[in-house]
Design a protein. Structure first.
Length: 315
């Protein structure tokens, strides 16, 4: 029994350290696109990593989230109090999101429309209110942010954390399952490669021109991904599109050139939100439709077997 306990605790410790490492690494990537005070970004990947980790391993790995958040904020926080408070908020937000999703009986497959809606409203928009409120308030109290900049910082913080959940968490859920929606032959792989190249090319084109209306050219690619590959195609495509759009906005390039921070943030977050929602909702609807179709086929097959097994009575 003692050896089993040692192995169990050792496995838990490794998971906690792995979550902390992934949290820290994704945070460093997110900070490359910082917009406000070096701590607020339009896409904060660690929230997606943290929520995915909780969904995979349960509440026991929350120390990994806390450790990763502390290490990230240690080098950029204005004061020790601010570092601890922001780390606590960054830990509490995904934990609250996880608890709400568990209460809603969320399924990691994201194969039901209700699961996508739960991820959007409970996991992203609801749960991330905690981190944005704690973080922005802490920066103001610590003197790292002017009081009149509270609401702009809060809104960017909230939407950045929410986008991390909407974009990164589904992608990690897909990676964990690592299954193709249907048996894949050469034609299927060719179509997947064409989809990836098309999504990348169209997004690069849309983010390199000053006409912001061209951003909507990416939506046919997202619909294609959701319709043909469900979440396995929609989640990676949404991640690619959002990442390229954020890079263009951070450099004030393409459709984000010549505008102030507020205008760019409104455009960027509206685009990212529409991108994530389109990909996830379409994938869920198509998956539910396919499952319903398969269930009807199974019922019809069983009914046909029952009818064939009934012997005609002699008159």
């Amino acid at each position: 029994m003692r050896n089993e306990e040692i192995r169990r605790y050792g496995s838990l410790a490794l998971r906690i350290l792995a979550v902390a490492a992934f949290y820290y690494g994704s945070a460093r990537l997110g900070l490359l696109q910082q917009l406000v005070r070096g701590q607020v970004t339009p896409l904060w990947p660690p929230t997606g990593v943290a929520l995915a980790g909780l969904l995979f391993f349960g509440l026991r790995i929350w120390p990994g989230i806390a450790l990763g958040a502390f290490l990230v904020n240690f080098s950029i926080g204005p004061t020790p109090f601010a570092v601890l408070a922001i780390a606590a908020g960054n830990t509490a937000a995904p934990v609250c999101a996880y608890l709400m999703l568990r209460r809603a009986r969320f399924r990691q497959e994201l194969d039901r429309l209700r699961d996508v809606l739960a991820l959007v409203f409970l996991g992203a928009l609801g749960g991330m209110l905690v981190s944005s409120t704690v973080g922005a308030t802490t920066l103001v109290l610590a003197g790292g942010l002017d009081p009149d900049r509270f609401w702009p910082a809060w809104s960017v913080w909230w939407t950045g954390d929410a986008m991390g959940v909407l974009v990164v968490t589904p992608f990690l859920l897909v990676l964990r399952r690592a299954r193709w929606p249907v048996p894949a032959g050469p034609a299927r792989w060719t179509e997947a490669a064409a989809l990836g190249l098309c999504t990348l090319g169209v997004t690069l084109l849309a983010t390199s021109t000053t006409n912001s209306s061209l951003l909507f050219l990416v939506f046919p690619c997202l619909i294609w991904a959701a319709f043909r590959f469900q979440l396995a195609g929609a989640a990676p495509c949404a991640l690619v599109v959002s990442t390229l759009a954020i890079m263009a906005a951070a450099r004030r390039f393409g459709p984000f050139a010549g505008h102030d921070l507020f205008a760019n943030m409104v455009t960027l977050q509206a685009f990212n939100g529409a991108t994530a929602l389109t990909a996830l909702l379409m994938a869920a609807v198509i998956t539910e439709r396919n499952q319903t179709h398969e269930e009807i086929k199974r019922v019809c097959a069983r009914l046909a077997e029952m009818v064939a097994g009934v012997e005609p009575r002699d008159r």
